[in-house]
Design a protein around this ligand. Structure first.
Ligand code: FES
Length: 295
């Protein structure tokens, strides 16, 4: 420790100096904190558990989603129920995998139709504030945890390319709202079952309930977005001055409530997409028999 007058001074590249002054200003003192090497820490708790969990969860989901998108098959079910999709095409069953919704085809497109749509929800999640924190910590260890050595010592935030592109999050939010609404519509279509004589009857199965729950969880995640909260309640000076501002206040308060749990909804809705798809894929391939009731 060394006494310094006049503030903070860095002594060497390997050390930082923090200075403090007594209230009367007569004396200032500095405390030298050794600069930590990458991943060096004095923490004794399991600080590595959270980033490791994130790597396993996001990594597994990413690999599974890519594999599903590559397949280009078995995204309708159950087999044997000739149904009609939103565009009037004859397809199997009323179920549709969330990785293929909204489903559309482009003439001459050589890949699976999933790649035509998956980029939108993917970029929405990649630019989400919560996921940013999670994967910066887990995949870039930047930092891996509080008081854990970082890989770099300069911090520029997200002010330069490519991270500045994260600011496009709001635009992916608009797309995500549309995709969420279509997923919900798909779930409603899954209540329409073919009666075998060219007609439609009301019914539902385990797949219908999974599709409905999946759409709701995705919408809750989408509507808990920080950007949406700002869009609804930001840039306003008075919440009680007009009917519109009072309405915005109510909306902002409702969004704030779910926003408190945004991280949970981000992860939970993602895991549920995987669960719903695994079930629908097993039904579509005939590996399991779907339980359903037609009235
Ligand atoms: S901040 Fe996470 S979805 Fe917008």
């Amino acid at each position: 420790m060394r006494a310094l007058l006049g503030g903070v001074r860095t002594r060497a590249a390997a050390a930082r100096s923090i200075s403090g002054a007594e209230d009367d200003g007569r004396m200032a003192q500095s405390i030298e904190i050794p600069r930590q090497r990458f991943l060096e820490t004095r923490r004794r708790d399991a600080w590595w558990a959270s980033p490791l969990f994130t790597i396993v969860l996001l990594g597994s989901f990413g690999i599974y989603a890519f594999w599903v998108a590559l397949q280009g098959s078995y995204y309708y079910g159950p087999p044997g129920f000739v149904s009609y999709d939103a565009l009037g095409r004859a397809v199997d069953g009323p179920y549709l995998s969330p990785f293929y919704s909204p489903l559309f085809f482009v003439k001459g497109w050589p890949f699976s139709p999933a790649f035509l749509i998956l980029w939108a929800p993917l970029l929405f999640r990649v630019t989400c504030y919560y996921y940013r924190k999670a994967y910066y910590r887990a995949f870039f260890a930047d930092p891996a945890g509080c008081a854990v050595g970082e890989p770099r010592h300069g911090y520029r935030g997200e002010t330069a390319f490519p991270w500045i592109l994260q600011n496009a999050h709001r635009f992916f939010l608009y797309l995500a709202i549309v995709v969420g609404a279509i997923l919900f519509y798909d779930a409603l279509l899954a209540f329409r079952w073919p009666d075998g004589h060219g007609g439609i009857r009301f019914g539902f199965g385990v797949g219908t309930l999974l599709m409905l729950a999946n759409a709701i969880f995705i919408l809750v995640y989408t509507f808990s977005c920080h950007s949406l909260r700002h869009l609804v309640g930001g840039r306003i000076d008075c919440f009680s001055c007009s009917q519109t501002s009072r309405f915005r206040f109510k909306l902002w308060r409702a969004i704030s409530r779910v926003n408190e749990h945004h991280g949970f909804w981000a992860m939970f809705s993602m895991v549920f997409i995987g669960v719903a798809d695994v079930y629908l894929r097993l039904v579509a391939t005939g590996r399991i028999i779907d339980l359903h009731w037609i009235f």
